[in-house]
Design a protein around this ligand. Structure first.
Ligand code: FUB
Length: 307
């Protein structure tokens, strides 16, 4: 019953949602959260699990966006981008992240390429954080034939982006191995070679952020996934493994985190399978819990809550 009703209630226009606990979105399944703080608001970008009941695999065709100025009341700005906006892509609106540069918003996404075998990374662009976004290139930014380190077809997924203090932008991504590369100032072309990072038990879902002169590279660890992290004083490494941030998230094999600071508090945003009991790994829901740092910059383990 509940699975069908969560799927049926997809919001079609901007709608206000009041959150009284985790999962924060309950009228639809949301996955792979990425968050951006911009002008006093948090913009939360998610994928959208649409698999039929008992379907064993991801069915994901579009991304959605939510905004909030207090982390409790969210407005949904539904589907500012669809996998069909990338004419070179077949399907699979997988994990993504948005960043602002010079008043434009760049949305890096993983999709299945229509003609080059495997997953690929594209980039959408908009003048507004809530879209609509359009394909910024007309072609993929990263394709499977550019990354030879891993032989499987889904290694080019889960983009995470950062603009360093000197203005240099970097893209991190990868399943099975963590890749990274510089981006040109236009944010739509790689600049130079694709490099790899060795991380303990790395699976996927890199999230890069900086705080007080430390760079943090958090990622999905093993499978089913925990979330672990490494720290470095330099964005080019060396990265030092620091441990687990989050345990396996309930009945979801994946966990996929974003970490932000908003109005003086730190947040760990992730997904689990808690919205509909037994719905499992392909009907996921975004949750938010507090994240705390120790004095030396290391991260305390997250306590997952339903509050
Ligand atoms: O949502 C599809 C895939 O599942 C993502 O790309 C991974 O990070 C995992 O969450």
């Amino acid at each position: 019953c509940c699975l069908a009703s969560a799927q049926a209630q997809t919001v079609k226009s901007d709608t206000v949602i009041h959150t009284d606990g985790n999962p924060i979105i309950r009228h639809e399944f949301t996955a792979d959260p990425a968050a951006m703080v911009y002008k006093g608001k948090v913009y939360l970008y998610t994928g959208h699990d649409e698999a039929p009941a008992n379907h064993n695999g991801y069915v994901m065709h579009n991304w959605t966006c939510f905004s909030s100025s207090d982390m409790v009341t969210w407005t949904e700005h539904p589907s500012p981008m669809n996998v069909k906006d990338f004419t070179w892509a077949r399907d699979d609106a997988w994990a993504s992240q948005v960043i602002e540069r010079n008043g434009k918003f760049y949305w890096y996404v993983a999709v299945e390429h229509a003609t080059i075998h495997g997953k690929a990374i594209g980039v959408g662009v908009s003048d507004s954080p809530t879209g609509p976004f359009k394909d910024a290139r007309g072609t993929a930014l990263v394709t499977n034939d550019m990354t030879k380190a891993v032989k499987h077809s889904w290694d080019d997924i889960d983009p995470s982006v950062i603009i360093d203090k000197d203005g240099q932008a970097y893209l991190f991504w990868g399943n099975g191995i963590c890749y990274y590369a510089k981006l040109k100032p236009n944010m739509t072309e790689l600049d130079g070679e694709i490099k790899t990072i060795t991380l303990s038990h790395y699976t996927e879902a890199p999230w890069i952020h900086e705080r007080n002169g430390w760079y943090y590279l958090s990622y999905a660890y093993e499978f089913p996934e925990k979330i672990a992290y490494a720290m470095s004083r330099n964005i080019n490494g060396p990265w030092v493994y620091k441990g687990i941030i989050n345990e396996i998230a309930g009945n979801s094999n994946t966990n996929h985190q974003a970490i932000i600071n908003f109005k003086g508090k730190d947040y760990f945003i992730y997904h689990n399978g808690a919205l509909v009991p037994d719905a499992g790994s392909f009907h996921r829901s975004v949750c938010i819990d507090y994240l705390y740092y120790n004095k030396d910059g290391t991260i305390k383990r997250v306590v997952m809550t339903s509050e």
